[in-house]
Design a protein around this ligand. Sequence first.
Ligand SMILES: [Mn+2]
Length: 442
Amino acid sequence: MQKEIRRYLFIGEFDSLLLGIFSKRGEVIWVSSLEEALNQTGNFTIIMIEHNTFSPKLSNELGVHYPQTPLIVSNGSDHGEPPASVRYVAFDKILSEEISREERLARTELRVEELRAVHANAKKLLILLHDHPDPDSIASALALRTLLRRNKQTAIIGHLGEKISRPENVAMIELLDIDLKALTYSKLKAYDSIALVDVQPTFFGDKLPEVDTVIDHHPMVGSYEAKFKEIRAEEGATSTILTKYLRSSQMVISERLATALLYGIKTDTITLIRDANPDDVEAFTFLYPDANLPLLRRIERAEVPPEEIKSFGQALADHWIKEGIFFVNVGRVDREYLIPKMADFGIQVKGVEWSVAFGILSNSHLVISVRNVGYVKSAGRLVRDLFREIGSAGGHRSAAKAVISLGKVRKTIGKGSQDKIKKWVTEAFTKAVTEKAEEENN
Ligand SMILES: [Mn+2]
């Protein structure tokens, strides 16, 4: 990728030392008046305005002339609330790291302005999640609603999946009082604008109407059109992207929202140890003081309903360990979360490096949930290699999932008795996991 040339516009009286330092970073143009500033050609990385030269008129005209450029006013705090995309930075900090952070925040704020413009005229906005709403997606939806200054009447949060069953997610929704609408495809017509968070249109096949916004941290999947796209595969959670948005536009983050976002980052990155980057850590640190930690603990230790204990016992009864892989056949279930729960349990067994739990959901699909210890082959890649031809399969480095219709299972292994499925799954994973071990030894 070609490195962008940095150009700085300085307006007003500045110390020549400061200009000298910036000229080492890029091209510096130094002018003394607004007229001269407006006569420049090309774009600037940032525009630096000396505090005595600054006025709201100046910032307005610069904003029109250089719409994509952050404006930074040295020592500008006595000018009151800064207009959008203008930041006040103390003079001594202009030379420090802080200036690049302020520049990033100002850039993000410009993105937020674009995002707001996309939905400005929507009477009924739908913020749509994937079919298995998890804390990251729910928190991101709440954050987007806040960012767009909407409420639960003017921005509906919805999903097209089954009823939510994972106890932690149910607890999050109840304790944080989140209204989440279960929708069907035919209901989507009622909305005049749709924003997707933590998911992309291709996930839904071609069944979605046009969407205006897509904000996600999964890698870009397929091609699609949207007025506003923010795909940041380097971030550990969509909540991190939305936290940056809220922070850059200096919105007040309520305790409820901070708790939701913190939980979103926490679950998607397993408390910053899975696929987390410095942005996730920064967002986590930023939210932490405002989150309600006792409430978060209540969400996290959401109790298992007593009537499910029996299913847990039955599920665990049928388990075996082969080549360091813990297998458990959960059998037939109506609530999907039992399967990942069992996979989570399996990875805690001593000596185990992989855990594979599977079961038949609602008599229609085989669901396979996979965990590993994190320093072996990527679980996401492994299930994709094994099952992408016959079902949907994917996930992260240490947690992944595959869903295969029973029809496809029958096509692959013949009329499926439980024993046949067990044998098939055991052999597939044993082979895939040990193959990798051989590769690594070479
Ligand atoms: Mn996520």
